[in-house]
Ligand binder design. Sequence first.
Ligand SMILES: Nc1ncnc2c1ncn2[C@@H]1O[C@H](COP(=O)(O)OP(=O)(O)OP(=O)(O)O)[C@@H](O)[C@H]1O
Length: 783
Amino acid sequence: MAGCHNSQMSPEHPISINNNGSATVRQHEVAREQEYVSALYERLDVLRERTQRQLDEVLAQGGSGGTHQNRSERDSFAGMYAERLGRLWGVENGLCFGRIDKTDQTALYIGRIGLADDDQRRLLIDWRAPVAQPFYGATPAAPMGITRRRHLQTKGRTVVGVDDDLLDLDGLTDEDVATLNGEAALLASLGARRTGRMRDIVATIQAEQDRIIRSDLDGVLVVQGGPGTGKTVVALHRAAYLLYTHRERLARRGVLILGPNSTFMRYIDQVLPSLGETDVLLSTVAELYPGLVPTVRERPEVAEVKGDARMVQVVARAVRERQRVPRKPVDIRLDGHTLRLDGRALEAARNRAARSGRPHNEARAVFVRHLLNILARQMAKQLGKGVIDDDELAGIREDLRTERPVKAALNRLWPYTTPRQLLVGLFTSRERLEYAAGGLLDAAERELLLREPPRRGEDWWAPSDVPLLDEAAELLGDIDPAVLRAGAWFAEEEQALARAAAQDERQHQLTYAREVLELTGLAEVMDAEKFAARHLADEVYLTTAERAAADRTWAFGHVIVDEAQELSAMDWRMVMRRVPSRSMTIVGDLAQTGSSAGARSWGDVLDPYVAGRWRQETLTVNYRTPAELMAVAAEVLALVGPGLSAPTSVRETGARPWAASPADRLPGLVAAEVAEGGRTVVIVPETGREKYGELVTGTVPGAVAMPGAAALDAPAAVLTVAEAKGLEFDTVIVVDPEAILGESPRGASDLYVALTRATRRLGVVHDGPLPGALSRLEVHRIT
Ligand SMILES: Nc1ncnc2c1ncn2[C@@H]1O[C@H](COP(=O)(O)OP(=O)(O)OP(=O)(O)O)[C@@H](O)[C@H]1O
């Protein structure tokens, strides 16, 4: 085994042999594996052709002809074939990445999907299948019935290398042991340059991660881990694993994955298709309320108040305010008659409606009926009728119901209310806020909530409003669709909002249709407009994920929350409503909490919902940030809280983090990093966003200074900490760390997040003195 290196040997660490050493052994092994891998690709090609043919045949059966049932069957077949085709195309790269040799002398090949020949003999095992588990979990101490694990490295369809982990130590000579190399496949993968999109890690999942991925579906699993420990990537693999293992249950209800912002969602959205799963809804918490895309950025202290659990009562009282009984009796004039609803009658009607237990808009019927009965009796009396029977009373009641003055009065007393109306009313009126929040929020907090009414064409909603709308929707309930269609109950601006939302939705459907068609290779045969129109026209065509996205009351089969430390108490209430079964994976790092409304402990978050019934796993190894960079971040972590420990980096790169001043050197430093290749991010304080954004975009070609997909693809991007959360870049340059520290009560966490985004190099640029925790950085000299 000449040429191999030493590795630590422990029962937990298998012995890895990097077959670079002996050229002949290597060539022979690679050639052997090539033969097998080529046969797998041949099989893949056959299946693709076959599926394409089946799809063509179904599509050839015509457009809109036949009965509804025929059409819907045809469409579900077309959908199934298209999905299968998408899956077969999605696994082109790295189709097969591993092999395990079992003690019974047989071998299994592990890959992105399972393949069998026409006689149903297994050629390739899906990585999620139980028999594939030893590939990830076996150690010399617990070899799980295998003697060797082999990683295959491929480029396109060519096998370029093999690495072996020997699990049967007895079979090795002393010389072998002295020349073994550790975890070559993992290290090769970690050293690769970043592309701006997350990749899957099926080939190199580590044992501690595998345990989490394959953990039981039921109950709440919390995965706590420092930066770069693979929480996100593990959560995504868990989604794919759960869908594979519990397909029946989950395909019907769907899986929801929640992430912190839309840039992050773009960063991860390619991972699942490459894992063979498309039936997952990816969303931010802020997009969970159908038809609303909140865009307003607000001060952290405002978001903190709105995220506080006290808002539950504030919203409830705001609803009760809409049912308030007026102090004076209400007189209704009608054809020369005056009907009167006094306090007692109103109080009784209100209590009856409240006792019905129905939400506001539904309880309105009870309230109205009670009052109409009273009015009808008064009317009968005034018309000089003596004793009347029920039928007569009902007749008068129905006449009254349609009278304008009666309708207007009842409407004032118990108005139909939408969640948006409720919140607009609450936040734009000092008096209403006082009624709803007095005694719950202090005067300063109430002041923070007050804002101007919405103006036409202006964005008004912020992410922190979303769980409040959801809360309100629960208490208000639905409005009869007939009433909704009449539109009479809506302010003009609300109708404009609804129209804008419908337009957004259509745009979204079109983009989605284009993506699906491209992914499935159907772009040639179908045009996106038509595809989208069919989707919109009939529920039958919608996938589970799409139906779920449009339905506020959808109950998902499993919910995964990433960057979960950022959710407020109100966010959690909304998320929990989406998963009554409480089958959840919650992934985060308390040391990285940036939001003032975010979590301080997992117990605080979860005990109100599943007290004592949640389990926690901890990830401790940092796969992203090299040790030299992590040493700097660890000093900042000490500012976040005493006793917190940074995860251990798996690799060193020799790159020394640096500091440079003054800040106007930034463009030159960014340009130098860009010239090195890879992707660079400049992380700036909120207050410096514009200034540094202009400085960099004005001087560095291709640089981008806004969040979104463009920032992921650009050679250099300027982002705030909140926007860079969860992402990673080859090089990170942090600007004005002192300002980041001082910008919010969680400034130390923010700086820690910023410093841990890099996979290779780290620099800090500053004008004033460096914070003490960074004082040991090497000064970057002008060369
Ligand atoms: N087993 C693995 N094999 C290869 N790469 C891995 C492995 N585990 C994690 N990584 C890589 O490490 C990086 C960090 O992973 P990820 O973003 O999931 O970490 P995280 O814990 O969510 O980080 P943060 O909390 O900082 O957002 C990613 O590039 C991921 O692909």
